[in-house]
Structures are given as C-alpha cells and as structure tokens.
Design a protein around this ligand. Structure first.
Ligand SMILES: [Zn+2]
Length: 350
C-alpha cells in the first residue's frame, strides 16, 4: 500500500454502511483511504468503476482515457450525459468533473492519454491496483506485462453483447492474462462493441465484480479475492465460474515463468505513423494477418464497406479506414494518433 501522507482525513460518516459490513470494517476503510487505483480506460466499464471506487472512498483514483464523449456512449457509459457530448469533453475530464462532486475527499487524477508502452510505467506509478476499463486486448496485454513485472494486482474485465468476463490477477500468485489466453487475439478476429453491439446491464455486472475485487485488494483483504474466471451471460441469465487456480502451474506462460514482457518492450503491439499532408494515420501490426472477407461480415451495417482482394475500405462518420491483409490500416480523416487507434479498436478490433 502507499505510504500515509498529509492527504486530508475523510469524514467517515459517509461510509458508515460499508464500515458496518464486518469483512471490511473501519480498518479496511482506513486502508482504502490510503490507497491509489488506476482506472485504465473510462468508457462503459471504466466510468462505472470510477463511480463505484470514488463513492467507496478509495483515496486516489487516477483515470486515463484517450477518447471523447459521443452520443452513442450514453446508453452504457453511466458517468456521462448530453451536455458532455455537446461540450466535446474528453472522457477523463468529464468523469473527473462529476466524480469530484460525488466525493470531494477523493483525489481524482484525470489523464487524457493513449496508453502505450512508452507511458504505461509512468501511468501506473504509485498505484496499488489497476482495474480494466479498456476496449481492446492490445492494451490489456500491455497492462498485464506491466502488472506482472511490477507486481501490481490488476483486475481484467471485458464485455460484448450481453456477455462479460472478469478475472483478478495477483502477480506471482494467480494466473495472469497470458496464462489464460496465451496470445493477444490478432487484429480483425474479435468482434467489438461497435460491430457486435453491447447492452448496458452487462457493463454494470462486470464493473461491479471488478470494483469489489479492487476493494478487496486495496483494503488488504487478499484471502477474499476470487480465484475464478467469472463469465456472465445476461440474456440467457447464466453465470459460470471457471476455477483457474491451477492454470499458472499448468501452462508455460512466458510472462509469469520467464518474465518476458514483449508488449512492454514495444516488440509486440501496433506501431503508428502520421502520414504527412494526408490527414491520415497509419497503424501497423507486425506479424498480423487479417481475413478481409471475415472483417467485411463483421462490419455489415456499421458503415459503407467496399472490398477487393487487396484491401477493405470502411467509411463511417467523417473517417475512412483502409485495411490491408497484413493488419495494416490507414485511418483517413484525422492526423491524431489516439483517434486513429480508437477507430481501429472500435471497428477492426485487436
Ligand atoms: Zn502468466
């Protein structure tokens, strides 16, 4: 946990109901007040996570997000409203303005940034836990590398359609994301919220499970932390708990066993280049391979899609994404790398 500091003491009256819950108690609440969490991504999961953790009295909540609030977010991103859309506020800033009104004793640190291998160490500096509010596996594998390397507990979570899953990772003790998935899904192989849709209630369920796991970590209640992968499917009202306790011993995980961190080293993951004079950004994924036919099916109804054997072109809003079979994409309509990466994550997925 972080060292105590001159942060103003919190008025405990507001937490009286959760202090009364014996597994947490006053001592657990005091530990929460001294802790710092990173909410990585502030879309659907992240805004609910930040909301819950600020209300619970986590001392410092750092929020990083690269995106702006859009009308299509409001159906499931519980912190935002129509005024944020009109004001074109970055999500981290819009979130912080609201969170400070909910609990002024909490230090909220909004950071508008694209999480990458060059800044992730700095973003995670001094945090006691990381919670997953990202929308792509590339960032999750990067966070997993950092978390295992620096021994920071983190809570993975993701949602799509009416289904979501979450798992808590205690580095050196429980399986990591790479133990579970071995490899980051290649670009264009996974549906995204923008291609397959998402319902608001699943966000609430997964974010709530992530939040309670974070509260257990930050209050020092390690024995209560889940050792399962939890999978929830709300449309069919089905909850599954997969016991992953022995996974770390069973698989030869390069992250846990050999301390290899290719995402953190920048050897894995996308590379970007602003194309001068073209108002476009190129993203490349070394070693990737994309089925344009499969991608075209995923993008049905999303925007105008044209395809030939060499490339696929998607027109959506004011942007044009040109995708090549090697996973490379040219995102036209912006010279901003973060915007291009957001569009790639939304429509191609990685
Ligand atoms: Zn592992």
């Amino acid at each position: 946990m972080s060292a105590p500091d001159p942060h103003p003491p919190q008025d405990l009256d507001r937490y009286v109901r959760q202090i009364r819950y014996p597994p947490l108690g006053a001592e657990g609440q005091a530990r929460l007040a001294q802790s710092r969490v990173l909410v990585c991504g502030c879309g659907a999961l992240g805004s609910m996570l930040a909301n819950t953790l600020v209300r619970a009295g986590v001392g410092r909540v750092r929020i990083v997000d690269r995106d702006f609030v859009e009308l299509g977010n409001l159906q499931r991103q519980f912190l935002f409203d129509e005024q944020d859309v009109a004001d074109q506020l970055p999500k981290a800033i819009a979130a912080a303005l609201k969170l400070r009104k909910m609990n002024s004793a909490v230090e909220v640190e909004p950071i508008v940034a694209d999480v990458g291998h060059r800044n992730v160490e700095q973003l995670c500096d001094g945090v006691d836990a990381i919670v997953d509010g990202t929308d792509n596996f590339e960032t999750r594998f990067l966070v997993n590398d950092l978390a295992v390397k620096r021994s920071i507990p983190w809570v993975y979570g993701g949602c799509l359609g009416a289904e979501g899953q979450t798992m808590t990772i205690l580095p050196g003790e429980t399986p990591c994301l790479r133990c579970l998935m071995q490899e980051c899904p290649p670009p264009g192989t996974m549906p995204t919220c923008d291609t397959a849709g998402i319902l608001g209630p699943i966000v609430g369920v997964i974010a709530s499970i992530e939040a309670i796991e974070a509260i257990k970590i930050l209050s020092g209640r390690r024995q209560a932390i889940s050792r399962h992968l939890t999978v929830v499917e709300l449309w069919d009202a089905c909850i599954r708990q997969v016991n992953v306790a022995s996974l770390r011993e069973q698989v030869d995980c390069p992250t846990c066993k050999r301390h290899e961190f290719p995402w953190l080293d920048g050897r894995q993951g996308s590379q970007t280049a602003v194309l001068c004079g073209r108002n476009a950004v190129q993203l490349s994924h070394p070693g990737a391979s994309v089925s344009l036919e499969h991608l075209a099916r995923q993008l049905e109804g999303v925007g105008e899609v044209r395809r030939n054997p060499f490339l696929l072109r998607l027109k959506v809003d004011q942007y044009e994404l040109t995708v090549f079979p090697d996973g490379r994409a040219i995102v036209g309509g912006t010279h901003d790398v973060a915007t291009a990466r957001t569009l790639y994550a939304k429509y191609i997925g990685h």
